[in-house]
Each structure stands twice: as C-alpha cells, then as structure tokens.
Design a protein around this ligand. Structure first.
Ligand SMILES: [Fe+2]
Length: 226
C-alpha cells in the first residue's frame, strides 16, 4: 500500500506511511489522526448531496493498514467523528471490523469528538487529553508549554502548497519542528490547512504511494521558482 520512509526520531524508530499514518514498528503501534467519520452525513443534513463512499474508503484503508502491519496498538489522535453527538453508521462499521483484530485501541478525544464513550466498546481506552508512548506524548492539539516533552499531534490537518496559480497543488504532509510532529488528517473529506514553510523544519509529503521528505528551505525554493 505504499513505500514507507523510516527514520529515528527522539531515539525511536518511526515510519512515515504515504497513506497518512505513522508506524512505530518496535512498539507494533500505528498512529492515525482526524478521520472525521460522519462528515458526509453532516453535510447531507445541510442539503449537500455528498456521498458516504469516502468514509467507506477510509475505513477499508485503515483496516488494510492494520492487517498489513499486524498492528497490536492503534492510537487515534482525536477527531474520530466529525460532530460530538453523532454516532454515524461508518463509526459502528469501523468498531465492528476492528473488534476481531485483537489489538489495543487508544482514543484521545479531539475537539470534534465530544463525549462519545457510550457508543464505543468498553475495551477501547479513552484519554481525555494526552498519553505517553515510548519517548513521546500523544495529544490531539499540541501544548504550548515550553518544557513539554516531544509531542505527536493531530488537529491541524497539515498541507503544503507546491506551485502556484492553476498549477498549484496542496499536498497533505507530516510536519516536524524541534519537539513536535504533526500527523496529516487521515479522512478523505477533511480538507487541509496550509502550513507556512518558515515555521517548520521538515515536511514529509504524502503522495499516494510514496512519501517525499523536504526541508522547509526546499519548499521556499519551489515557491520562488513557481
Ligand atoms: Fe480534525
């Protein structure tokens, strides 16, 4: 399902996967953020005839990745659903399909999730704010505390812009700076927030079947050429 970029971050082996998940192979762990299940239903409720198919594809992609990497610990870094009081069919289908895979599921509540515990299996571990994993602290939104540990977070739906005008591409990415790694949003319907290259050190662009690592200075150069 794609070519992974492996590296060592903060003493831990990690893999950037082009399907927008982060792998921690030594911990048999996979991290995913911002799936936003139920967004299609929410838009349908507003009269926009959006198909549920993207949620189905997200679901299939996630289950396939878990099976491929024999994940024993899944960490969902918030915004599993799009609206706090939603209990969309896509969530119930995902719960049903994850159940036989015999792994630990950790869910950090994001700002879109609200209190969804009643519709989740008892075996899922729910974290209202943060949890530690190896040398990292996992959160939905990053903490601004200066002495915070190395954080891995979601929430931002990071993208970078390549090119300009009609040739402009907005690509989802992982974004890295001193003690923070942002994950791209996993859901197809989530949109993206364009990061400013000068505020980050390194980007890992998700290109479908592979990833591409770029330093922020490379992106600045692309911008000047375009
Ligand atoms: Fe989100």
């Amino acid at each position: 399902m794609g070519k992974i970029l492996e590296t060592i971050l903060h003493g831990q082996k990690i893999g950037f996967h082009p399907q927008r998940v982060l792998l921690l192979p030594d911990l048999d762990a996979m991290l995913v953020a911002d799936i936003h299940l139920g967004k299609a239903e929410f838009m349908q409720g507003k009269g926009i005839p959006l198909s549920n198919q993207p949620h189905q594809k997200d679901h299939e992609r996630l289950v396939k990745l878990i099976k491929e990497f024999q994940v024993k610990q899944l960490f969902i870094l918030g915004d599993l659903v799009h609206r706090p009081r939603q209990n969309p069919q896509s969530l119930q289908r995902l719960i049903r399909d994850l159940h036989p895979l015999a792994m630990e599921v950790h869910w950090i509540q994001g700002n879109h999730d609200g209190d969804h515990q009643r519709s989740l299996p008892d075996s899922w571990k729910v974290h209202s704010n943060a949890l530690e994993l190896g040398p990292f602290v996992l959160r939905h939104q990053s903490s601004e505390e200066k002495d915070a540990d190395f954080q891995i977070c979601g929430h931002v739906h990071p993208c970078v812009k390549i090119g300009d005008g009609r040739d402009k591409l907005r690509l989802p990415c992982f974004a890295l700076k001193s003690k923070l790694l942002l994950l791209p949003s996993f859901g197809e319907l989530t949109g993206g927030y364009e990061l400013l290259p000068q505020e980050w050190e390194t980007f890992v662009l998700c290109l479908g079947n592979e990833v591409s690592r770029l330093e922020s200075s490379d992106l600045e150069r692309f911008k000047k050429r375009s």
